[in-house]
Design a protein around this ligand. Sequence first.
Ligand code: PLP
Length: 401
Amino acid sequence: MHDIGTSAAAAAKTDDVMSRKPSELPRSDRINIAGPWVTQLEMDFVADAMANWYDKPYHYCEAFERAFADYHRRRFALMTPNCTSAIHLLLAGLGVGPGDEVIVPECTWIASAAPISYAKAVPVFCDVERRSWCLDPASVKQAIGPRTRAIVAVDLYGNMPSMAQLLELAAEHGIPLVEDSAEALGSTLNGRRAGSFGVGSVFSFHRTKTLTTGEGGMLLVDDEALYDRCRKLRDHGRGPQTPMYFNDVLGFKYMPFNVQAALGYAQFLRIDELVGRKRELLNMYRERLADLEDVQLNPEPEGGVNGAWITAALFGARYGVTTRDVIERMAAKGIPIRPFFYPLSSLPAYQSGPPFRKVATPVAEDIATRGINLPAAFTVTEQQVDTVCDGLKAVLRGSHE
Ligand SMILES: Cc1ncc(COP(=O)(O)O)c(C=O)c1O
């Protein structure tokens, strides 16, 4: 049985920061859609990284990687400049290249798919489940072909896919499954952390994410040979045994920076506080919107806990409004709302871009017209949640006061 993983304190092998009193939330009069919660701890760690530039050039990178891997019960971690490069690195490490196909959901941020095209492979867009908004195993089954080299399963908005079925399909066909957990820090499925599934997983520390380094990402893997390949590819093909400047493979420049890692490590030590606040926001929205019929917030099916990076809402067709209508009407009230992701294959980036293949994706197409993201910055107060919910109710019920 796979247990959940260590606590942040145990993973970091320190208790002192965890016993601090809770930090004060940042404040803003504006309702912000996304944004971080940075405290004195982060500032102290960053200052320390700057002060010890010569003595400990990778100290925080190594500490953050080790603790993050332990927390997710993974053997190895590699910090990267962002999550997009972590996906690219993992695909390269898996040997994905020209002529290969990689399965990816139609409904996700383009970063889940773009690295497939960087590798000169072909993304195959599949549908998502109505239940979870994540990759639909039935659609994947339809899409698997002789050239399929990997499956990218995305934990969209912290929701967990039907992982058991996806892993079974992957195993049956001998295809590695990659978990894009960029949006799922703090989510769990049947007691197992998001980011612990498949041959490897990736996280984003973009400035909008729950744990941020401004820009940043992490790649987690268990297989040592895969780790060695990815580590070498991360640094222009330089491994621990490579003679100075004698590169034997062509890699990338996806190295992390110690000052950013110091910020990330401090944020990681506060992970329970960060995820806890995001979940409070999700629960506030859930309570206040409970009386709206046919509005689904981040699904948390039996056995699933959502890390709640962002609160997403899918409203029923009965309301007779589209995502765009809601965004415009909420903007008129001064409330920022973001749309669900567009079906990727419909975007100009793919329509006039690199080759792709797709199967039917009716659910992804449907939910894109009825899905929104609600403000979830750490500055959002209970009062602001009230304002957002009152505004949304008025818009959906057709009263535009
Ligand atoms: C599902 C998903 N995958 C990948 C990424 C890429 O992350 P980054 O912006 O760190 O490259 C994101 C970022 O927002 C994302 O939401």
